[in-house]
Design a protein around this ligand. Structure first.
Ligand code: HEC
Ligand code: HEC
Length: 472
């Protein structure tokens, strides 16, 4: 009688010992892994660079105040005549209406409470100055005179490539906030394209556009007309290279779909770009190429830039005439861009792309998945899971049945296969570089025609559900 009980005791004891051993081994393995992470110099270095890159992306102007403030005098228009500038000034309401965003984390709690209670006058440009002093306007930084007047302003990457979540919905009432995931005032969402931002309208209020007018050999009134033709979510990165402000004839699937269409392109979201070779709609280059390009030639920061392709006077008459291909060699100590490119690149490649923000039908998406790499042939170019071709990801305009206007404004005269993960973060403004397709329905109908796919109505619906589900 006692023997089986004794055996049971031994078995239980062995089991307990075994369990203890397993726990101890797994604990020490975990501790080893923790140690590895803590002391891994590669991880430490990456973390430090990514955090540096975040600061640069959000707050670095690269010295571009010399252009936006000192030259265009944009700060005077923001300030308004009453406070020492010119014109009516820019109230917070106006600023929000042109798509500028307020970083809630930069506001002191008492100001936030007053805003929530509606006790802050959002029609008063002085409040805009307060927000700038607090560094609370995403992507726009003011510098101030000792007297408190605005001395200059500069812009950051975050101006166009960040937005905020909707943490105080009441403030957005009446403003444009078409993406349900974003708002006017909230926590920063880096990497999201700000498709509410009307860059052209903002630049057009600058009192002195003579520099741009001179480059384009025209007058300031014409420059303002061009800037105001861009509309929300768009910017023309090639205007000051080639002066071609309008696409004379927009052609889609063999049909003329517009004349004298603005040459501005939609702001893309710069996340999900790891592993992607060429960037921008027309494949100008890699991330570090484009970052140097933008910081020097678009933001007008102080740095060094080299791209001899811009010496092609037939394609880039303005860039060639003004030596943009090889910006003057400056003293490395005065270069405010080059030393930041590495961290900026690492940060951009590390921004996690959000998961789909709109609901989709899982069963339909699964059928769409089959079509994507089967009958519809999308995967031939948008290769899963990069959603663009690994390698040289460019195409002739005819490959996607659209006109060559924008392709011809880039060095390879082609369009880059868009990495189409996280599409729901940029539903506003349409699809393709100029937003010519209002929604995904229009995109799928276009491919059906262009590539003779013969998709049925329900197949198109399934494909759209799949597109909604794509992540990076
Ligand atoms: C005034 C708005 C604006 C600012 C400021 C701006 N960008 Fe952009 N960015 C754009 C637009 C528009 C494009 C598309 C250009 C094109 O294809 O012609 C773009 C494209 C990009 C791309 C390519 C994305 C892709 O899908 O391949 C990256 C990367 C990028 N920008 C990073 C930056 C960084 C980094 C900064 C700061 C140094 C910056 N941008 C500042 C408007 C802006
Ligand atoms: C021949 C290569 C090719 C094929 C095949 C192809 N695409 Fe594209 N796709 C492109 C290019 C190039 C662009 C960018 C066009 C531009 O810049 O205007 C693009 C853009 C898009 C966009 C817009 C992205 C944005 O941010 O605006 C979507 C959506 C899209 N494609 C979906 C599809 C679907 C769905 C299919 C299959 C039915 C498909 N594509 C087949 C090359 C291709």
């Amino acid at each position: 009688m006692s023997q089986p009980r004794f055996r049971l005791h031994v078995i239980v004891m062995i089991a307990v010992l075994l369990l203890a051993c397993i726990i101890a081994v797994s604990r020490s393995a975990r501790a080893g892994a923790d140690n590895n992470t803590r002391h891994n110099p590669v991880v430490d270095n990456a973390t430090q660079k990514v955090l540096q890159g975040e600061q640069i992306f959000r707050f670095d102007t690269f010295g571009d105040e010399a252009f936006w403030g000192d030259t265009l005098k944009l700060h005077q228009a923001i300030e308004g005549a009453k406070l020492g500038g010119v014109g009516p000034g820019v109230s917070p309401k106006t600023a929000l209406a042109v798509g500028l965003k307020v970083d809630v984390d930069a506001l002191p709690p008492n100001l936030l409470q007053q805003i929530e209670k509606g006790k802050v006058n959002l029609d008063d440009p002085a409040v805009t100055l307060t927000l700038l002093k607090l560094n609370a306007v995403v992507g726009l930084t003011g510098s101030f005179n000792p007297s408190g007047t605005l001395k200059s302003v500069g812009i950051q990457c975050a101006l166009c490539h960040s937005t905020v979540d909707n943490s105080i919905p009441a403030l957005c009432a009446g403003q444009i906030t078409p993406n349900p995931a974003t708002g006017c005032i909230g926590h920063r969402l880096d990497g999201w394209a700000n498709r509410d931002l009307n860059v052209g309208a903002i630049v057009a209020v600058a009192p002195d556009l003579s520099v741009i007018a001179n480059l384009l050999s025209t007058d300031q009134a014409t420059v303002r007309k061009v800037l105001n033709s861009w509309g929300p979510g768009k910017f023309d990165a090639e205007l000051l290279l080639d002066g071609r402000a309008f696409n004379p004839q927009q052609v889609t699937d063999g049909v003329v779909t517009g004349t004298n269409v603005s040459g501005a392109s939609l702001i893309p979201p710069p996340f999900g770009l790891g592993g992607v070779n060429l960037h921008t709609w027309i494949g100008w280059g890699s991330v570090p190429h484009w970052n140097a390009f933008v910081a020097n030639l678009e933001m007008h920061g102080k740095g060094r830039f080299f791209d001899p392709r811009l010496n092609n006077a037939a394609q880039f008459p303005i860039a060639a005439a003004n030596g943009f291909a090889d910006l003057p060699h400056i003293n490395p100590d005065d270069d405010l861009i080059t030393s930041k490119l590495a961290a900026l690149q690492l940060y951009q490649l590390s921004i996690p792309a959000p998961n789909p923000t709109v609901p989709f039908d899982k069963a339909a998406a699964a059928r769409g998945d089959e079509l994507f790499s089967g009958k519809a042939g999308c995967n031939n170019c948008h290769a899963e899971p990069l959603w663009t071709e690994p390698g040289w990801n460019l195409h002739q305009p005819a490959d996607v049945c659209i006109d060559s206007f924008q392709a011809n404004r880039g060095p390879d005269m082609r369009y880059r296969t868009s990495p189409i993960g996280a599409l729901s973060t940029h539903f506003t403004g349409g699809f393709y570089h100029d937003g010519r397709f209002a929604d995904l329905n229009a995109v799928v109908n276009h491919y059906d025609k262009c590539m003779n796919l013969g998709l049925s109505g329900s197949e198109k619906g399934d494909l759209i559900q799949y597109l909604l589900s794509l992540k990076f």
